[in-house]
Design a protein around this ligand. Structure first.
Ligand code: NAD
Length: 499
């Protein structure tokens, strides 16, 4: 346990320097598995700090945009290599500051690593378009160009993966960045920025400002020098960011909440489906945007599935994510835990049957953190709030159904559209569900979680606004097209439309 005298005070990173906030104020970052463990002190920044970071990014843009993309990528390859070398320490810091078990934080860091290598490769691709001109002796093509200063606003549940999904494509495209991480996970954010600094990113190209969502986030969405805002977080805050950025006609990329569904048909391999529901429902303590918080089960296998699912949930080992035996860590904060407890009460009041869990864990070591039992509600009606609203905790609603069509209707009945999955041996059912579930990601015989960095990631409806992270789709967020016509005929030629 760290003592007060040994606790580090961390600063913002602006214009290539580590600087305290002009506010003179700070906030604490504590371990959610043991709140006696003070991880560090971070800057409670002001609008003035953000404006300094944006100005630094705007100045740096004039140089960075002219660095050839393969050269920009060389710095990113070095950054990826540094992540490889630091992976274990980065993962341990992350578990300590946000609670998920070590195997999962290693996965989070691995995603940042994969994204950095993958996007660095784009420095030598970043393909444009060439098309035949309709006129002789003329070339027609379109190239990607950067937008300018990019605001990056991120949540706490993937504290390195999600920042990397935004910052690295922004950089390879030639943009500069002002990054505001979630206040629950500033250390992982800082560790990532340190990697970029150590890799040789020029001053002002990447800036980081910590602090409150409103104070730091608002100027990031409104400042006239910002051209693109990429936000991941709740739908509620995403809407605020979207509205704040609209008058300035900024490009806005939003990845928001989820209420994802696993459908289990009567021909499914039930053991595999139970494995998927345990991992999908309780991985990261249910705090994933892609968490499988709804399981819709065909009535023929409902009882059998539920018995197995409940037995497995009861056997999960809850505890500190740094302990090797732990399978599920704490909620991230007291607020998050209170939300979980409120929804457990809502579920009871709505008449759902509590099949297991439902209580905060407070005895012994648990009393120092934000722990909750893995919780399953059975016989849930799709109209209940626990089946429609994002809880972001270890609570799964199991809903019976009579047919695939009914299951698909239930799947589509929520405001979100991130991820969905079906367990079946029948390829016709799998394809029908793939076509008809309106989500951005779909799985067959696998849970609703687990993305690969070279495919687009994101959601429909109130989960996203039509953009995607990852894959070459991320380049579309952080670049815009310039179409170019080169006429070497030596005379005025008119396009067909003019003649
Ligand atoms: P949040 O919306 O509370 O915060 C997200 C970020 O926005 C934080 O950095 C926060 O400080 C900042 N913020 C808060 N108020 C702001 C304001 N007024 N202006 C600008 N920025 C502001 O979300 P959270 O609790 O950090 O994360 C959990 C949410 O994120 C869940 O809803 C989850 O589903 C979602 N999420 C979505 C995805 C996805 O890809 N769709 C991935 C991970 C998490």
């Amino acid at each position: 346990m760290a003592t007060a005298t040994r606790v580090t005070t961390y600063t913002n990173y602006i214009d290539g320097e580590w600087r305290p906030s002009t506010s003179g104020q700070t906030f604490e970052n504590r371990n959610p598995a043991n709140t006696d463990d003070l991880i560090g002190i971070f800057q409670k920044s002001t609008r003035a700090d953000v404006e300094a970071a944006i100005s630094a990014a705007a100045r740096a843009y004039e140089r960075w945009r002219l660095v050839p993309a393969p050269k920009r990528a060389e710095i990113l390859f070095r950054a990826a290599q540094l992540i490889v070398e630091r992976k274990e320490n980065l993962s341990r810091d992350m578990t300590r500051e946000m609670g998920k078990v070590l195997s999962e934080t290693r996965g989070d860091v691995q995603e940042a690593l994969d994204m950095t290598f993958y996007m660095a490769g784009e420095g030598r691709r970043m393909f444009g378009q060439t098309v035949p001109s309709e006129l002789p002796n003329k070339f027609a093509m379109s190239v990607r160009q950067p937008l300018g200063v990019s605001s990056i606003i991120t949540p706490w549940n993937f504290p390195m993966a999600i920042p990397s999904w935004k910052i690295i494509p922004a950089l390879v495209c030639g943009n500069t960045v002002v990054f505001k991480p979630a206040s629950q996970t500033p250390l992982s954010a800082l560790n990532f920025v340190k990697v970029l600094e150590d890799a040789g990113i020029p001053r002002g190209v990447v800036n980081m400002v910590t602090g409150d969502g409103d104070e730091v986030g608002t100027p990031l969405a409104t400042d006239a020098q910002v051209r693109v805002v990429s936000f991941t977080g709740s739908t509620h805050v995403g809407r605020i960011v979207n509205q704040a950025a609209a008058p300035g006609f900024k490009k806005v990329h939003l990845e928001m909440g989820g209420k994802n569904v696993i459908i289990i048909m009567d021909d499914a391999d039930l053991e595999l489906a139970v494995d998927g529901c345990i991992w999908g429902g309780f991985g990261t303590t249910g705090q994933r945007c892609t968490a499988a918080s709804r399981v819709v089960v065909h009535e023929h296998v409902y009882r059998s599935f539920l018995d197995q699912f409940v037995a497995r949930a009861k056997s999960l080992v809850v505890g500190d994510g740094l302990e090797p035996d732990t399978q599920m860590g704490p909620s991230n904060s007291e607020n998050q835990l209170q939300t979980v407890m409120e929804y457990v009460q809502i579920g009871r009041d709505e008449g759902a049957r509590l099949a297991t869990g439902g209580r905060r864990l407070e005895q012994g070591e648990f009393g120092r953190g934000y722990f909750h039992e893995p919780t399953i509600f059975a016989d849930v009606h799709p109209h209940m709030r626990i089946a429609r609203e994002e809880i972001f905790g270890p609570v799964v609603s199991v809903i019976p159904c009579k047919s695939l069509n009914e299951a698909i209707d239930i799947g589509n009945s929520v405001e979100y559209g991130l991820s969905a999955s079906i367990y079946t041996q029948n390829i016709n059912q799998a394809f029908a569900a793939m076509r008809d579930l309106y989500t951005g990601i779909f799985y067959v015989n696998a849970p609703t979680i687990g993305a690969e960095v070279h495919l687009p990631f994101g959601g429909t409806k109130n989960t996203g606004n039509g953009h995607r992270e990852a894959g070459t789709a991320a380049l579309d967020v952080f670049s815009e097209w310039k179409s170019i016509y080169i006429d070497f005929s030596g005379k005025l030629q008119r396009a067909q439309i003019d003649t």
